[in-house]
Design a protein around this ligand. Structure first.
Ligand code: MIC
Ligand code: SF4
Length: 642
């Protein structure tokens, strides 16, 4: 039996385990990336491990999220990350150099390598044939220290593309189509390989749009073959030497095969408040639009921006629309400026924002109250834009421009002839905003600079054999990490200050949660299916841990979040019979007895002391995970293991 692309990379990096679906596999990690919103915590954790230098082939620290500096906090964190990177062997990408995923693809990613990043959109690297996965900061810290990264061996899905995209139908529409087919839960436990005749017409930036948004499917990662298209891209980046060919074996076996005929695809749009709420753009025509944002790690490549510039050229943005453009990297911005495309963008009335995440994570450019915002981003979760009553839609850059020009949702196919964009033979290479680490000798005398915003890592609690606690919060299906630990301009600057962050935990669902949880001392949360979908932020586990949450019981969990809960020493449990979810009420007093025996047998009984009901729960952990939970989290476990 042959191998899929992902299986080949896993096989070449496997430190322990086997490739049986569902079993735990330990992987050697070649590269890591962090961004600043998760990076401060990840480097604090790395420092706690007491290692001098990273053991990866390449580790890069990006500053791209917390670029609004309305106080000392973000600037302090940037200075901390820069100094810790210099000391420990990590490359530092300065603020303004671009969004981590875009820059990593341009300058560092390599086909066939493993990459983990403390950001859920790390799978963008799959666009050039990397096995790239999002992870919690602590897992990234361990990997930087040379430790393995553990995944549950995923199933293999294949998406076969046939035909060719029609005018004004784009890679973003392919992403939205697969979300329509699979939903935000449909990729959980799977790696999605893209193939078929249709991929040969997709450039690396288009492939990267697709692998980027595979995150919204809940997939472990998404991957394209490394082929002639990849080779051309790497050569244009002056990195032809990094190319290796990579494809699946002809007799590779897939658990599921999905066919998409590109000839039949239409411009699509994701409606509020979920990326899988898909309809055709056509069907919403005439809906008034207040704001349009073009950028984010999904759609900010030179390819996207040149198209946008060509469509805006000689035209003026509708007076009722505010249009923002955030190029993905300094390389993109600089090349736009050199060829004059930037002038076309500016002349249209667009507002140029920094090469950073910006509005995607609510760092500025929030919509007006009850506003309609069309964004080329990957997430439209409730409140994420910073305006709770806004309606955020996700679209391609072409559909975004059509709305910006007309003031209403408009099928981009009405814009006339589609501009033909050719990728340059050579990108403009300027790595001056990437600071190399010090040599080991120089590093010894370097000081790490810490500001007052950085608070110590919160204390975790080892799991005990009996847990009695109140059900402090009961929530429904598809709770995102943006619900659990919101981000945005007001909160993000405190990512290295867990006590401060804790005031906003679950604010979107229940503002009284932090106070109630703290008063209880220890508590349990109950959720529906796909709990913790979305980002990789370990804060969505560390903050509940700080507030005393000891266990979370759900119908099912999202991959990165469940790992973060275990890393924080919080026990993730699932209902054996999902209908039992209905039997529990907020404020009930719950007891879990014989926890350790339950961990061994895989099943544990929950007693609801308030109603007398007994409920069987699944409690299936590997030996390593049991030890982590008993130690009170991965950091304590790693310290003990040495
Ligand atoms: C996001 O898109 O939600 C983020 C902000 O990039 C997060 C990381 C974070 O919360 O810092 C992610 O996707 O992992
Ligand atoms: Fe940044 Fe948005 Fe991409 Fe997250 S999804 S990395 S916030 S651009």
């Amino acid at each position: 039996m042959g191998y899929t692309i992902a299986q080949k990379i896993i096989k070449a990096h496997m430190l322990s385990g086997d490739m049986t679906v569902g079993s735990e596999v330990a992987l050697k990690i070649d590269q890591t990336l962090t961004q600043d919103a998760t990076g401060t915590m990840a480097y604090l954790e790395f420092e706690t491990m007491g290692l001098d230098r990273v053991k990866t082939e390449r580790s890069v620290a990006y500053i791209d999220h917390n670029t609004l500096q309305s106080g000392f906090e973000n600037a302090d964190d940037h200075r901390y990350i820069q100094s810790v990177a210099k000391k420990h062997g990590i490359y530092f990408s300065r603020p303004g150099n671009g969004i981590c995923h875009q820059v990593h693809l341009e300058r560092f990613g390599k086909p066939g390598k493993t990459l983990i990043g403390s950001d859920s959109h790390t799978p963008t690297g799959g666009g050039i044939g990397m096995l790239a996965m999002g992870a919690g900061g602590l897992d990234v810290a361990v990997a930087m220290g040379g430790g393995a990264y553990y995944i549950t061996m995923p199933k293999m899905y294949k998406v076969n593309l046939t035909g060719r995209l029609k005018s004004f139908v784009t890679a973003k529409d392919i992403s939205l189509e697969i979300l329509r087919i699979l939903s935000v839960k449909g990729g959980v436990g799977a790696i999605i390989e893209w193939g078929g005749e249709g991929i040969k017409y997709l450039s690396v930036p288009e492939r990267a749009t697709i692998t980027n948004m595979g995150t919204e499917l809940g997939a472990t990662t998404s991957i394209f073959p490394s082929d002639e298209v990849t080779k051309k891209f790497l050569e244009a980046e002056g990195r032809g030497g990094d190319y290796t060919e990579l494809s699946s074996d002809p007799d590779a076996v897939y658990d599921r095969v999905i066919d998409i005929n590109l000839d039949e695809l239409k411009p699509l749009i994701a409606c509020p408040h979920s990326p899988d709420n898909i309809v055709t753009v056509e069907s919403l025509k005439g809906t008034k639009v207040d704001q349009v944002c073009i950028g984010s790690c999904t759609n900010s490549s030179l390819f996207d921006m040149l198209k946008v510039a060509a469509l805006l050229k000689g035209k003026t943005v509708s007076p009722s629309v505010s249009l923002s453009i955030s190029p993905g990297s300094k390389q993109v911005l600089s090349m736009l400026a050199d060829c004059g495309a930037l002038s076309d963008i500016l002349a249209s009335g667009a507002r140029l924002l920094e090469c950073a995440c910006g509005p995607c994570i609510g760092m500025g450019f929030s919509p007006n109250s009850a506003g309609v915002s069309l964004r080329t981003f990957n997430r439209n979760f409730l409140g994420r834009s910073g305006t709770k009553d806004a309606s955020v839609y996700l679209v391609s850059p072409e559909t975004a421009v059509a709305a910006a020009l007309t003031g209403e949702i408009t099928d981009p196919r009405l814009l006339g002839e589609e501009p033909h964009i050719t990728m340059p033979e050579a990108f403009k290479i300027d790595d001056s905003a990437v600071i190399a680490p010090a040599t080991p000798e120089e590093a010894q005398s370097l000081e790490v600079l810490r500001g007052p915003n950085i608070k110590p890592f919160p204390k975790s609690h080892p799991q005990e054999d009996t847990l009695t606690a109140e059900l402090v919060l009961k929530v429904g299906d598809n709770i995102t990490t943006d619900h659990i630990m919101p981000a945005g301009a007001k909160i993000l600057p405190y990512r290295s200050n867990i006590p401060h962050l804790s005031q906003f935990c679950f604010a979107v669902c229940d503002e009284t949660f932090p106070e109630r949880a703290k008063a209880l001392g220890q508590s349990i949360i109950v959720g529906g299916s796909n709990y913790g979908q979305g980002s990789s932020r370990e804060h969505a586990a560390l903050v509940p841990m700080y507030l005393g949450v000891r266990a979370v019981i759900t119908k099912s969990f999202a991959r990165i979040h469940v790992a973060n809960l275990i890393n924080a020493g919080i026990m993730p449990l699932t209902f054996k019979n999902p209908d039992d979810y209905d039997k529990l009420n907020q404020s009930d007093k719950l007891t879990l007895t014989d926890v350790f025996a339950g961990m061994d047998s895989g099943e544990i009984t929950l007693k609801d002391e308030t109603t007398g009901v007994e409920i069987p729960l699944v409690c299936s952990f590997t030996e390593r995970q049991k030890s982590i939970l008993k130690a009170g989290g991965l950091l304590e476990y790693t310290k003990k293991e040495g």
